[in-house]
Ligand binder design. Structure first.
Ligand SMILES: [Zn+2]
Length: 270
């Protein structure tokens, strides 16, 4: 990063107090400060709209919640995870969470900003995933939302696009026009940009802790990624291609597992 860029980001942070961690520190040790320029409400509105459109399309194609048993499983697991999100950020307990399953062969799942969860049926069917393994994936995706990684990516893109001009706008106090510009960038930016490597690492770590707190065996995260790798020797799915190298991620998860294991055992004995 150039000096000018570093300086402008530092100035922006000082002026906006926009560089804070979205979540409380906890066992998994995720506490990086984030540049969050765009208002949460702007990002969440875009997310909600996009999610609604996705549901409508899936409904039209008869691919929405076609498998009731799988929907029940995914909903139960998600609700147990959601019950623990207050540890990381109390406000998230009051989000308008939604959980749906789309009939789709891809090994994928996501949680859009504000708590809009979608699990693709391929994940459960093709991998024969256990509840613990599904919890590992959904926990990872929920962690992205808790950390507001989408909003962070948009904020970074905003600076790249508008640069110092954005700073002037913000200092000028016209946050409304900034939000309008941000929305004008389109949800495409928000939802097509892959998470960065550090964001993925955070989602892995926080997701592991979230699953453990919800009473799901954290060891399932490693078995899940191994299954994914095996299933995708030929063509890596989108989910893996936007995620960090599998070996590093497995090492990282294995190192953190003993630390969250007591949380899992405590949750299970309740
Ligand atoms: Zn991810």
């Amino acid at each position: 990063m150039s000096l000018i860029k570093t300086t402008s980001v530092a100035v922006m942070c000082a002026l906006l107090s926009a560089c804070a961690s979205t979540t409380n520190n906890s066992v998994s040790g995720v506490q990086r400060s984030q540049l969050l320029l765009l208002p949460t409400s702007t990002v969440n509105e875009m997310s909600s709209q996009s999610y609604t459109e996705t549901l409508q399309t899936a409904k039209k194609n008869n691919t929405l919640n076609a498998d009731k048993a799988l929907l029940n499983r995914v909903t139960t697991i998600s609700n147990r995870l959601i019950a623990q999100v207050g540890v990381f950020r109390p406000d998230a307990a009051k989000w308008k969470w939604e959980v749906n399953v789309e009939k789709n062969d891809q090994l994928n799942a996501y949680c859009m900003p504000g708590g809009k969860i979608m699990v693709f049926s391929g994940l459960a069917e093709k991998l024969n995933a256990t509840d613990d393994e599904l919890a590992a994936v959904i926990g990872h995706e929920i962690a992205h939302a808790l950390r507001e990684h989408g909003r962070e990516r948009m904020s970074q893109a905003y600076i790249q696009q508008f640069g110092l001009q954005a700073l002037a706008t913000v200092v000028g106090g016209t946050a409304g026009s900034m939000a309008a510009q941000g929305a004008g960038m389109g949800s495409q930016l928000l939802f097509s940009m892959p998470n960065g490597r550090e964001q993925e690492r955070e989602a892995d770590r926080m997701g592991l802790e979230l699953a453990a707190r919800a009473g799901y065996n954290p060891e399932a995260a490693v078995s899940l990624w191994k299954k994914m790798m095996a299933a995708n020797k030929e063509a890596p799915p989108e989910f893996l291609s936007t995620h960090p190298s599998s070996e590093n991620r497995i090492k990282d998860l294995q190192a953190l597992t003993p630390k969250v294991m007591p949380l899992y055992l405590a949750a299970k004995s309740k």
